[in-house]
Structures are given as C-alpha cells and as structure tokens.
Design a binder for this molecule. Structure first.
Ligand code: F6R
Length: 615
C-alpha cells in the first residue's frame, strides 16, 4: 500500500508531487509528506492526515522551491500514523532521503546493528532503518548511491518500491522494486516516478514499469540505467506508450469517485465485451483463452483465487463455470490458499482475479500455483500490473481506472469477463447448442441497457437509505448466483458506512442468524424471479413472522414479494446467471447513500487502502 511520487527535471516539483499524491490517495491516506531539494538543502514537510493537510502545512512552513522532490501518502504498517512516522525519511547525516511503499521484515535486526554503530532513530518505521542502512553501506564501502542501494537491498527481506536521492548528488534519483509497483514516466529532460501512471499522465504517455528485483538510476540528461538488484546484470528498459487519459482519473462532475464508478458500469461492461463478443457471428474472441483453449478444456478443475470483492466475483464465477460449462471450480481466499499447502497439479487451471493486479496475497498464490505446474490465468483491471505480468495468460476487464476504495465497476466487469470465458468453454465443450449460445450472447449485449435502467432507481434507493441509515446491524440474503451478491452487498455497507453487516445464503438463516432478527433488523433480500424464487419467498415469510424489516431486490413486475416486503427495488428480468450484474447495483447505491448520510468519507473509508500490497 502507500503511494509514492517523485520528480526530477525542469519544472517545480512541488505541485506535481502534491497533485500526484492526491491521485494516489486511494493507496493509503493516514499521513503524507514531501521532500524538496531547493538547490542547497532538503525541505521536508510531513503530517498525519490527508494530502490536503500536508498541503496546508507545507505551504505555510517550508520553501516550495526546487525541481527535485519526492512525496508519499501512507497506509501505516510499522508505527502509528503520526508526523514523525510519515515519509519521507532522512538518514542520520541528513544527506539521503527516501520514500518507501512496502515492509522490511528484518528491519529490527538491522536497526539493532545500526544502533550499535552509533545510528539514532526518530521514528518507529522500517523505512528509516533502510535509509540509514543505505547510508552506512555508502560510507563503509565508499560507493555511490546506486551501488549502496543495491548492496543494502540485498541485505533486506521484505517488499518495497523505493525512491531515494542524495543531497550531494542532486541530479539523480535511485529507485527499486520488489513486490510493490513502481512506474517511471519519461518526459523531455524530465522523469516522473510513481506507484502508478496517474500522477504523470498529463505530462507524458511514455512510461516503463520496473519488474521485481530491478532498480534504476534515473539521472538528468542520461538514459535510465536499469539493473537486477541481485546480480547487477543489465536490463534494457521496456518503454511503453500508455493509453490512459486524464478524464478517466478525474471525478467528471460526480461528488465522489464511487458514484461516478457506479454510474460508469453500463459503459464499463460494454467496454469489457467490446471486440470480444460478436453475437451476430455467434463468437467470443479472447486471445488469452483462445491461445490456451486446450489447457482450459483438459483441466481437472479450475481454482479461483482472489481477495475481497474480487473473491465475491470468483464465487459468482463458480456458479457460472459449473452451471454453464460443467467444469468443477474451487474458489479460495488467496491469503488462505497460499499458506495451506494446497494440492495443485499441472492439470489445474488457476484463475487469479484482481482489480489492482497488485494484491500481495493473490500474487503469492499465483507464484505458488506456477511452481506446482498449474496454468495461471489473470483477470485484472490495471494494465501492466504485477499480476497481469506474472500470469501465463489473461484477460483485462477494461473497466477504466477505479479510484473509489470500495470496488464497484471492477466487480461487474470481472463477472462479465468470467461469463465470457464460461460461455466460450460451454460452447467448445459442446454443453451449449449454437442456439442457446446465441441467446446468451444476445442477452449479454442487453446488460448495459438493463444496468442503465437499474440506475434509474437511485432516488428510490436513496429514500430506503434514509430509513435505515442509523441501523447498527444488517443482514443480506441471497441464493444461488445471488448469494455472492449478498456477501458483496454486506461488504460494501461495512467498508464505507461502518455498519456491521453479514451476507448469508438465504436458506442458512435458519441455522443461526435468524436468532438476530427482530423489529430493528433490516434484511436485504435478493429475490429475483429466477433462482429459487419460491424458496426465497419462504425465507422472506420467516423474516416477516419475526418482525424483521425486509428490503427486497425483485424482478420488474413482481407482486408476491411486494406484498410481503417493506420496500422493493426492481431490476429488469434477465437470465439467472446474469442477474448478479443487475442485483448488485442497488446494493452499491444503497451503501453509497447510507455512508454519505452518516457523514463517512465514501471514497476513502477509514483503515482501508485500494491496493493491498502487504500480506
Ligand atoms: C472492497 C475492495 C477490496 C478488494 C480487495 C482485492 O470494496 O475493494 O475488498 O476487492 O482488496 O483487491 P484487488 O481486486 O485489487 O486484488
């Protein structure tokens, strides 16, 4: 987690760094800092709080001059969020300054050794240990900064994306990466460094991403020098032209990124299948699947690994793959899978789902599966992300940047990609007739307009939110394809409005959670016409007889549930396997409005970060 930004060139570094940090706040926002070199010395400003707090503090306390600088927005790992623990960190001599995203696991033993050698520490961070280790190496070995960084990194265990400069050599920044992302933007006589390309996209489209265990010496007027950290071998820069544009990463008139991203879903789903789904020709074209079709068709089973919302998309995919393509699927939390010594063979296909493509546990699960010989396929949103590079093949979701911390369009586009894959395999396996296949493809093409229709219920959802905004607990129930939607609805509410919520398969209610139901308990039930409708109606009756409040998501025109529920929100009719793409939308809107009414920070909920790059 944490966002890092750096600049070296001919412009003022400060505004670039501040704006860049604001764009990276999705990665962490409990404290922030900036270090600028003004031609003589380093001006450092750090504060607990958001980048706006940093802006106020630095603009009233330090000189903002200089065309070399680094900045950081933090999600605390070592040490509480306070001014002192914020990055950047200076070495004891005050000559080296560093920003770091990641964790140095053996920092304690290094710190003890450095203390023995006379170093003092002001913060509780692992990062301050690292910058002093670099300084110690530089002094003891009499080497330049780049070499000192390399030697020091060979002594540390952990994960990092770092940028460091030396006040005595202010024409260069040294960067390195292992496990956390680091992009370098290449302009005309200027370089940008950031956790993703958003901080520099208005200045340059030319960028490169460091691979794990690589470092770079970025020197003004020179080519970037890339090296492998371990063996010092030379790496040739792979500079790409980025497709991202600035509008995609701004709010575009919406009050919050989350709302913008909820409303982007019709377009995002369409972009996900655009060029892949050719309904008129009865075709699905996906290069990553087409080129590896035998691996999928001969697989003993598909294992899906993911975390959080992406794991919920994986659960929906389990229903889709088994139901439509008749392929056995297991869905695992990446964090559990990686540590439980799972049985994996070269006949398994592992699908890793990740919006950011940087989630540490998912990456580790991928590496494990690859070691054991499985074919690994990635479903990612962020182009060029670590997971997209680590997997054998993959399919991007093309949702566009998702900046709100609560995942919305990533979920629906992940389901869209996974549905395309399942349909393709169903067809290849001969499970589907051409006409059934064709019907599905046509219905998938109708989904964006049906999502548009669901979005029209926003005002109604807002009214429902006003009724339940003060609830302390909520239950979410669904069955079959909509059980994962219940889990996702509950997660959305928890993470942005801090209301305790649980998702359950509706029938499981009787096995415990029903004890919670009384007149104060709102129960959100997904009760669409297909998918065990009558059974869900019985579950609703059970809640009603215990005086629970029922808010039901139903199929347009439903009468039976309308008579039973306190509130109903309609979604258009579609195939059962496609209902999650519709039923999830009102639940996203609901959590958005409740969070807003409770005065919560919708885009930056407490304690969270968008990319979880620590395990
Ligand atoms: C919830 C949310 C998280 C992520 C999870 C995985 O709204 O955003 O639960 O889904 O951290 O992240 P990715 O998909 O980037 O691997």
């Amino acid at each position: 987690m944490c966002g890092i930004v750096g600049y070296i060139g001919h412009r003022d570094a400060y505004p670039i760094i501040i704006k860049g940090l604001q764009r990276l706040e999705y990665r962490g926002y409990d404290s922030a800092g900036v270090a600028l070199y003004d031609g003589n010395s380093i001006n450092l400003s750090k504060t607990k709080g958001k980048v706006d707090d940093l802006k106020s503090k630095s603009e009233s306390t330090i000189s903002l001059k200089g065309s070399l600088g680094i900045g950081h927005t933090r999600w605390a790992t070592h040490g509480v969020p306070n001014d002192v623990n914020s990055h950047p960190h200076l070495s004891n001599s005050g000559e080296l300054v560093i920003i770091h995203n990641g964790i140095i696991e053996n920092y304690d033993s290094i710190k003890k050794e450095l203390i023995k050698r006379g170093y003092t520490f002001h913060s509780d961070t692992d990062t301050e240990v690292l910058v002093n280790l670099i300084e110690e190496v530089k002094n003891q070995e009499g080497v330049k900064l780049g070499k000192a960084v390399q030697i020091a990194l060979n002594q540390v265990v952990g994960a990092y994306a770092i940028a460091v400069f030396d006040v005595k050599k202010p024409d260069e920044i040294v960067v390195a990466k292992l496990g956390s992302p680091l992009a370098i933007g290449i302009g005309q006589d200027e370089f940008f460094i950031a956790s993703d390309a958003s901080p520099f996209i208005e200045f340059t489209n030319n960028a490169m991403y460091l691979e794990d265990e690589e470092m770079a010496i970025i020197r003004l007027g020179k080519e970037i020098k890339l090296r492998k950290i371990k063996d010092d071998s030379v790496v040739y820069p792979n500079i790409k032209e980025l497709q991202l544009n600035i509008e995609e990463i701004e709010k575009g008139g919406y009050d919050h990124f989350m709302l913008k991203e909820i409303y982007e879903q019709p377009r995002a789903i369409l972009d996900t299948y655009r060029g892949r789904l050719l309904a008129d020709k009865g075709l699905i074209k996906m290069a990553g699947v087409d080129e590896n079709i035998e691996k999928f068709l001969n697989a003993n089973r598909i294992i899906i690994v993911a975390c959080g919302t992406s794991w919920h998309a994986g659960l929906v995919a389990e229903y889709i793959f088994e139901d439509l393509a008749r392929i056995p699927v297991e869905v695992e939390y990446a964090s559990e899978f990686r540590y439980r010594n799972p049985v994996i063979t070269d006949k398994d296909v592992l699908i890793a789902i990740s919006q950011s493509g940087e989630t540490a546990d998912t990456l580790a699960a991928i590496k494990l599966a690859k070691e054991k010989g499985a074919f690994v396929f990635g479903v990612c949103n962020v182009v060029g992300s670590s997971i997209s590079r680590e997997t054998d093949a993959g399919a991007y979701t093309h949702a566009g940047p998702e900046i709100g911390v609560a995942s919305t369009k990533a979920f629906t586009t992940q389901i869209t990609v996974l549905t395309l894959i399942a349909l393709k395999l169903a067809k290849e396996k001969g499970v589907f007739s051409q006409s059934k296949y064709h019907e599905f493809l046509t219905e998938l093409e109708n989904i964006p307009s049906k999502v548009e229709k669901v979005l029209l219920s926003n005002a109604l959802v807002e009214q429902v939110a006003a009724v339940y905004k003060d609830a302390t607990n909520c239950l979410y129930l669904g069955r079959g394809y909509n059980f994962p939607v219940a889990l996702e609805g509950a997660l959305k509410l928890k993470e942005i409005s801090y209301i305790h919520a649980e998702g359950y398969p509706a029938a499981e209610m009787k096995h415990g959670p029903i004890a919670l139901i009384d007149e104060h308990m709102p129960v959100f039930v997904i009760a669409t016409k297909k998918g065990h409708y009558e059974k869900v109606v019985s579950n609703i009756q059970e809640i009603k007889s215990r005086k629970g409040k029922i808010i039901a998501i139903v199929t347009e025109g439903d009468e039976m549930v309308r008579d039973l529920a306190d509130h109903v929100i309609e979604v258009p009719e579609t195939f059962e396997s496609l209902t999650p793409l519709l039923t999830t939308i009102p639940l996203q809107l609901l959590s958005y409005h409740i969070a807003l009414m409770r005065g919560c920070n919708v885009d930056q909920p407490r304690n969270l970060a968008k990319s979880v790059t620590v395990e």
